[in-house]
Structure formats: C-alpha cells, structure tokens
Design a protein around this ligand. Structure first.
Ligand code: ADP
Ligand code: MG
Length: 728
C-alpha cells in the first residue's frame, strides 16, 4: 500500500471526536451575529431604523446622510461583538462567495487613530472587477465594477469580520453577480403577483417569493480526501472500482448519524444559529457518507444568501472536524449523487401562501390561479428552466441514469389532476348559475381536502407540487440557487402579467364577471399546458419516448442546454421584464460555456496524470512480480512450467492489454483536447469538450478500474472506494 493511502486510513481510524459546545437552547443564540431588527433597534436612531425598514419592505432609497447614521450603528454593534474588519460580501459568477477585508482602524493626518466606518463605505466599494468573470462585458465596457449594499439582507459577523451583503455590478450598470438579477426578478414577481392578488383581496400590497432549499452533501475524512488527487482538484473521483458493498442495503440511510458526523453537524448548526440561518432538519441520505440539511423557508433573496453562507460555514466547520465536505453532484460513480431541491412558493403581506388552498371558494380560486399560472409558465419556458440548472457537474445527474431526468415536466398528483380535468370542462363565456354553484361546491370547494389527502409523491419528477409549494428537484448541490430562482420568478411573473391582461380584457370586452373571466382564462391555460404535466416514472425510457412525442426538450448536456439562455425568447423575456439586458444574458451564457469547457479540461488532464503516473506504473510493478514468478517456476519445472504458470501468464497479458488501452486513450484524448482548445470560439470549444473529449473518460476509467481489481492491493496507490466510503 502506498504510504499516503496507508497513513490516510490510519489517521482516519485514529480520529478522536472534536468537542462541541452547544447552547442549552438554540433560540437563545439565534441571530446573535446578525445585525437584525432587534440589533438595529438598539443601535440605530429611530429615523435610521425606519429608513432601513422602508428599504427592506418597499425598496425606498436610503439617503446618504442616513447611511452615515446606519454605518455608525452597524460599526458600534459589530465592534461590541468583536469585529475588527468589514467587508462587502457578494456572489460573483464563479460559484463561491467573495470578500475583501478592510480594517475599521484608521489614522488621521494628525496621527490620531480610531475605528471608522462611514456611510460611503457601507453603501459602495470597488473590488477589482477584472479578476472576476464578466463574460465579455470587460471587452465592451470598462473593467471597473463596484459592490453596493443590499439592505434587504442583513449584515452579519463572520469571526471578526462584519460582512455586508452586496450586489456586484459593472460601472456601466451590468450585473456581474447572481444577486442583482435575482433582486430584479423578485421585484417583478412582487408587482405581477400583487396585481393578480387584488382580484381576490384588495388588502394585498406586497408578495414575496419564498425559498426553502434542501442541501445534500458528502463528508469524507480530510486525510482520505487528500490522498485522492482527483477528489482534491475536481471534487469527484475520476476513477475507482465500485466497492463490493455500496448503498444496496440502505443501512446508512436508515442508520444512526455517525458520531463524528453528528459532532460536525452540531457545531455547524450552532454556527448557523448565530448567523440567523434557520436550519431545522438533518439526516443521512441514501449513499454512504451522504447527508442532507434543510432550513425553514425564507424570503428568496435571504434564503439564497443563507445557502451560500451555509456552504462557506460547512467548509470551514468540516476542516475543524477533519472532514472534507463534497458538494459535487456526483463524487462517486455507482452510488447516488447530491442535489439541492428548491422549494418555492409565493406569500403575501397578509400572510397568505398563494400555493396553499384556503377556507373559502374564492381563496381556492386564488390558489388555482397561481397554481395553474405556474404550470403554464413552466410549460412555456421548460428549456430555460433546464438551462438554469445546467453545469458540467450536474450533467452527471440530469439525463444520466440519475434523478431527475433532463426533461422538465410537472407532477401535481392524481387528485389535482382530477380538479384540472373538471375545470377543463368549464363552459366558454358566461357561466350558468348552476354551473357556478357546482364549481364552487364540488370542484373549487373540495380542494383543501384533496390536497390533504394527496400523499402520493412522485420522487422522479423534476418539478413537483408538494401540497403547498412547488419543488424544483434538478438544482445541483454545488449551484447557487439564485440562477434557477431568477428564472422561475421571471417566467411566473411574465405569465401572471399576461393572465391579468387576458382576464381584464374579458371583463371589459365580453362583459364577464371577474370569476367567470378567471375560469375562462384558466381553462385555456390548462388545455395549452397539458403536455408539461406528467404523473408517471420520470426515469424510464418510456417517458423519454413519450416526451419526444409531446415535443418536450431533452437537453442532456450542458452546452446543448445552455443555448436556451440566449434564445430570442429568453432574451426578450428578461429584457421585457427589465431583469437582464441582452448583454447581460449573453455574458452569462459565455461565462457558463467557458466554465463548462474548463472543468472538462481539468478533469481530462487530471485523469491523464493519474492514469499515467499512478495507475500504469503500478500495473508494471505488479506485472514484474508476476514475471519473476513465472521465471522462477520455469527454473523449477523446466518445460512443464507453462501448465503451472498459466494463470500468471494470462494476468501478465491482461495487464498489458489494459495498460495499452489506457495509454492509447490518454494519447487520443490529449489530441481531442488540442482540437477543442483551438476551436473557433468558446461555444465550439465547449461542444468539442463535451462530445469529443469527455467520451474518453469512460474508457480510460474502465481499464484503470479493471487494473485496480487485478493488481495486488499492497501496491495500489489510490485510496479505494470502500476505504473512502466506509473507513470511520
Ligand atoms: P419534505 O419535502 O422533505 O417532505 P417539507 O414539506 O417539510 O419536507 O419541506 C421541505 C422543504 O420545503 C423545507 O426546506 C421547507 O423549508 C420548504 N418549504 C415548506 N413550505 C414552503 C414554502 N411555502 N415556500 C418555500 N419553501 C417551503
Ligand atoms: Mg424534498
């Protein structure tokens, strides 16, 4: 066994649990490190406090003088809690979070020193925009960018640094981050949904989108992880033979949380409590060493920030517990990968969840309105939804023998299907009094009971209605939720705007009553969006065929899927709603296309290195042992040796055969990489990486994995799957 492999296993087995301090009650520390309403009330003047509240609730601009008051209060609060530095915290398009720390400490010209933090520093900063991806915006515009305070997400303390959530935009106004379009989409859906709510309740004047994500991840001992260059650099294992025992017994899923892991979770959750991240659920997942964590849902912008923050907190806490946390969608072949379900709904300032039925027929009609409009939006923009969850790592799940498929469809359950079938029969134009009564009593009126009964949940659906929310299941575990949430908010907003126009027109032109007009428009939407609804098994081949017949897209790879982001339809959608300009849409497409190619390139290089530097030399070493053995047998048995050494000689040849396949594979793959790198543009490069480079991975891996089970375990240099997954 290689020293590295041996030491890693030994270290893992010798780990002592790390002591964890937990408060008696979590509620007593919740939000302690957040400049939340309570802290603001204590540290801000009444005027400053009201100004932040107005900015949070209705987007009112904060004026500069008041910003000075706010920054002073924020500084006092954070210094009292141990802060020495502050940073503008943002989410550039690299997929992680970024921060540049500055000390509060200042020196005046006369040499006097003090802690300072003015309104200007709170409101705006200028990080070096040129070091973050901008997808060509730099070429067309100035390289400079700035971060600007987002008062809707509260500042928080990480260690000794005050972190201020911000947007990141170019000087010319183009968004360079995830948050900016998300905020714009939230504003759009607020307006669109509130306008529709007025049909049902005049008191509604604000609607927020809510998000509850569920984060899946793997935990691997840090020494074991470090012994695998592929895990270390690409986040996943590029080779490794399946372990005899994997997830087939489900013993991990149903077992107790391992104690070292539980300590990590307690520690991480305490940290989350301090940061105001309302984590609630923790459990083992299906694959060995796989776990899940879910919070209580929140307003979508805050929930997105909290998910990004959580991933940072998890990485840090894992290190303290000698773990490496793997967010990759498919770290191990042959066992389940990780996703991040995004539960989404809309909620009004009057406290109503718009995707939850109510106690009166009118409330249920409101529910149906939002329910059916969402289905229609997904129907119209299914390709854009698919594009919003596309990435090199998520390709291992979507469309590749794992949940959910790359085909977007909506599952609503058999009972709601019946309701929609009934509604489809609603008469055109005016409704008779009998029909109205029947609808009220027997269709709309029954919805709450229907939903309560509806326990059949289809786990294979990428977009499922789960009682009082829609659950988007294709989001990757590494992804920033802002991307899919921006798309979902945008398409539903557009749909609601259209709905309102159609209903208003019917009321005016056909002199229909409001509820008649609503029923009429909904009936048409049900008909038009039928093909997106699917209640069956989303994994089966039969569905692929059926979906094709229905004309649904099935974009299995990222380069193909991403195209929908720059379709005329998508660009127009974002432009019309003022969520993204054409330049912004195009720049994002370019960033993601480039990211894809780079990731496959890194994996290709890594696989080549490992196969040539680790695997082949090991194959040769073992082959030499066999050759020595055969030579010895020949010495003893003379001409009879062949019978006795038969197995060894077969093995010698098999090893050579695998090695030559590996060598040829790497040589050909390298050629393919060169071609891809020299392609005429980034899109072409990405397609070549996908179609010409990536296919070699499977074949090279196959022969490496075969060698792994042929070669003496003592010689094998790479930590094996069974060790990675089961050493504790
Ligand atoms: P499960 O889907 O595992 O049965 P739940 O129904 O309790 O569990 O919820 C799963 C996730 O959905 C949780 O993260 C929760 O916060 C979120 N969720 C529940 N209601 C809403 C809502 N109205 N809006 C957004 N997310 C929600
Ligand atoms: Mg779920």
């Amino acid at each position: 066994m290689s020293t590295l492999r041996f030491e890693a296993i030994k270290e893992t087995l010798n780990r002592k649990p790390i002591h964890v301090e937990e408060p008696e009650r979590r509620s007593s520390i919740f939000g302690k490190n957040v400049f939340n309403k309570a802290a603001m009330r204590q540290h801000l003047t009444k005027q400053a406090y009201n100004s932040v509240m107005a900015a949070m609730e209705s987007g009112v601009k904060i004026d500069r003088e008041i910003a000075d008051h706010i920054s002073t209060g924020m500084k006092e609060w954070s210094i009292q809690n141990g802060a020495t530095h502050y940073t503008h915290w943002f989410q550039p398009l690299t997929g992680s979070t970024a921060e540049k720390h500055d000390a509060f400490f200042e020196m005046e010209p006369d040499g006097e020193v003090m802690e300072k933090f003015g309104g200007g520093q709170l409101v705006q900063q200028e990080p070096d925009a040129s070091s973050f991806p901008n997808g060509g915006i730099r070429n067309t515009f100035e390289a400079r960018g700035y971060t600007a305070w987002d008062p809707t997400s509260p500042a928080f303390l990480m260690g000794t640094t005050l972190c201020i959530p911000t947007v990141f935009v170019a000087y010319t106004g183009e968004a360079l981050d995830y948050k900016t379009p998300l905020l714009r989409s939230l504003q759009t859906i607020d307006q669109a949904a509130t306008a529709v709510c007025k049909y049902f309740d005049k008191n509604v004047n604000k609607t927020i989108a809510t998000l509850g994500w569920e984060q899946e991840y793997f935990l691997i001992d840090s020494s074991l992880a470090a012994s695998r260059p592929d895990l270390d650099l690409s986040g996943r294992t590029l080779l490794g033979h399946a372990s005899a025992k994997g997830q087939q017994l489900d013993d991990h899923y149903f077992g107790a949380i391992p104690s070292r892991v539980l300590n990590f979770m307690r520690d991480m959750e305490t940290e989350c409590m301090l940061l105001g991240i309302p984590v609630k659920t923790r459990h083992n997942e299906v694959a060995p060493n796989q776990f899940e964590l879910a919070p209580i849902f929140e307003e979508a912008n805050l929930a997105v920030d909290h998910n990004s923050l959580l991933m940072d907190v998890m990485r840090k806490t894992a290190t303290r517990h000698h773990f490496k946390v793997l967010f990759h969608e498919k770290p191990f072949k042959g066992i389940n990968g990780s996703g991040k379900h995004n539960n989404w709904s809309l909620s009004t300032n009057t406290g109503v969840n718009l995707l939850s039925p109510g106690s009166t027929p009118m409330k249920n009609l409101q529910f149906l309105t939002f329910f059916i409009n969402t289905i229609k939006a997904v129907h119209d923009y299914e390709e854009l939804i698919r594009a919003s969850i596309a990435s090199a790592s998520n390709d291992h799940r979507l469309g590749a023998n794992e949940a959910p498929p790359a085909i977007i469809s909506v599952f609503i359950g058999s009972q709601l299907t019946k309701v929609l079938d009934e509604l489809e029969k609603v008469t055109d134009g005016k409704l008779s009094p009998e029909e109205k009564t029947d609808l009220k009593l027997n269709v709309v009126g029954k919805i709450p009971e229907v939903i309560l009964d509806n326990t059949d949940r289809n786990r294979t659906s990428p977009f499922a209605f789960t009682g009082n929310k829609f659950e988007m299941r294709g989001v990757g575990s590494t992804a920033n939720c802002a991307n899919p949430m921006t798309v979902l908010n945008a398409i539903v907003a557009k749909q609601l705007i259209e709905f309102k126009e159609e209903v208003d027109a019917m009321i005016k032109d056909q002199k229909l009553k409001k509820d008649e007009a609503i029923f009429n428009v909904l009936r048409e939407y049900i008909k038009k969006s039928k093909k997106i609804r699917f209640e069956g098994d989303g994994y089966g081949e039969a569905w692929e065929k059926e979906a094709k017949k229905r004309g649904l897209s099935n974009n299995k790879t990222t380069p193909t899927a991403l195209k929908a982001k720059v379709s005329k339809k998508a660009i127009a959608l974002f432009e019309d709603l003022k969520i993204m300009s054409k330049v912004e849409s195009e720049s994002r497409y370019e960033i993601e296309i480039e990211d894809y190619a780079m990731r496959i390139q890194i994996e290709g290089r890594l696989l080549g290195d490992i196969a040539r530097n680790h695997v082949i030399p090991t194959g040769i070493k073992y082959q030499n042992t066999l050759i020595e053995n055969v030579k010895g047998l020949k010495e003893i048995y003379g001409d009879d040796f062949k019978k006795i050494a038969h197995e060894q000689m077969v093995l010698i040849e098999e090893i050579s055969d695998h090695m030559s396949h590996i060598n040829k594979g790497i040589t050909d793959m390298t050629e393919a990489r060169k071609k891809a790198n020299n392609a005429k543009n980034a899109v072409e490069t990405a397609h070549l990486y996908c179609d010409e480079v990536k296919p070699f991975f499977e074949d090279i891996r196959y022969h490496c994995d075969k060698l792994e089970i042929l070669v003496d375990d003592e010689l094998w240099p790479l930590t094996k799957y069974r060790e990675l997954l089961f050493t504790r």
